[in-house]
Design a protein around this ligand. Structure first.
Ligand code: NAP
Ligand code: ZN
Length: 325
């Protein structure tokens, strides 16, 4: 296929406003398929890139890996991991951590902050309906937590603290944890967002030392990272597991009291994204209405307003950029 005309929001400098530009997009490989983008989520990962937190990435960049739209007139979700043939299994299951060819849409190749996107055919997954924004809001969070739950060994009846529970990953992830039968506590700095969590059946936590009143947990899912991890690990029972999912500031993480980890035999493990099978499972749950999507929509042209709302902490859940009708 030949290059196509597109309108995209281009990151030309870290922490600078995006520029809306008309450009031509070449397919990175002739076999790649064209998607007319309808909605794309602003992931916390995109915000870390925007801040310059990924030192391997240099502008200009077209971000966006939470992409939903139409391929040849049919609704599709675009699995965001770009992988080599050795990881393209027929059922979509593979280990992201071991897949050395894994990169993500919107970083090494242009992403979905655009009217058009090129993606490998293997990455296109049929959508049950055309409500693109709800998938853009919730899929990354649910798929991330499907994977993180496996990493944590989470089973029904366990107590879990989610740190950063009101963000796009957290607020959709907690709903999946409830489905698994976990008892879920969610940390947020905002009482208003705490009430949203309560309505989802999550015990809101505003006090970092709240374990003294509420009791300790089996698992901590850490979406925030550097600024919270030294208190969030104190919530763990001896032998408990902290899963590091995100680090919103992109800052180095220092273990202030290593003896605490040693003497309580705590485990700290990472959770790397999700495979295509986990992504497809998330789409199914959202399509069935098992997950309530929480988001605010912005036309692509108003991306800088979306980023300003994310940065100021005004949003609960995702900012979703919409394209076209
Ligand atoms: N490992 C993976 O597979 C994976 C997948 C997707 C995303 N991520 C990562 O997960 C992280 C979160 O992503 P997201 O999409 O949920 O981001 P988001 O929508 O921007 O939400 C981040 C949340 O973190 C909280 N927060 C921010 N700064 C904080 C601070 N200093 N102290 C306490 N809480 C703070 C905020 O909650 P309050 O305003 O309520 O306090 C906010 O709601 C990012 O680092 C992203 O890169 C990882
Ligand atoms: Zn994401």
């Amino acid at each position: 296929m030949a290059a196509v005309e597109a309108k995209a929001a281009v990151l030309r400098g870290f922490r600078e406003p995006f520029e809306i530009e008309r450009l031509r997009l070449e397919p990175p490989d002739p076999s790649w398929k064209l998607v007319d983008v309808k909605a794309v989520g602003v992931c916390g990962r995109d915000v870390v890139v925007w801040k310059g937190g990924f030192t391997n990435l240099k502008p200009p960049l077209i971000l966006g890996h939470e992409v939903f739209g139409e391929h040849e007139g049919r609704p599709v979700g675009v699995y965001p991991g770009v992988v080599g043939p050795e990881c393209m299994t027929p059922d979509g299951s593979f280990s992201v951590a071991s897949c050395t060819s894994y990169t993500i849409l919107g970083e090494e190749v242009p992403g979905g902050y655009s009217t058009k996107l090129w993606a490998p055919g293997w990455n296109l997954v049929p959508l049950p309906d055309e409500e693109y924004a709800k998938y853009a809001a919730a899929t990354c969070g649910v798929a991330t937590y499907i994977h993180a739950s496996k990493v944590a060994g989470l089973v029904a009846g366990m107590r879990v603290l989610v740190v950063g529970a009101s963000g796009g990953v957290g607020v959709h992830g907690v709903q999946y944890l409830k489905m698994l039968g976990a008892e879920v506590l969610g940390y947020t700095r905002s009482p208003m967002k705490g009430e949203v969590l309560r309505r989802l059946g999550v015990e809101p936590v505003l006090d970092p030392l709240g374990y003294r009143r509420l009791g300790r947990v089996d698992v901590v899912l850490e979406n925030v990272g550097a600024s919270t991890i030294n208190w969030s690990m104190r919530w763990l029972k001896p032998g408990g597991t902290l899963v590091l999912i995100g680090n919103v500031e992109g800052a180095p993480i220092t273990l202030e009291r290593p003896a605490y980890v040693v003497m309580r035999e705590l485990r700290i493990v990472g959770s790397a994204a999700y495979d295509k099978r986990e992504y497809t499972e998330a789409l199914k749950l959202i399509g069935e209405g098992a997950v309530k999507p929480l988001y605010r929509s912005y036309p692509l042209d108003r991306i800088n307003e979306a980023y300003s709302d994310v940065a100021s902490g005004r949003l609960v859940g995702r900012a979703v950029l919409t394209v076209g009708g």
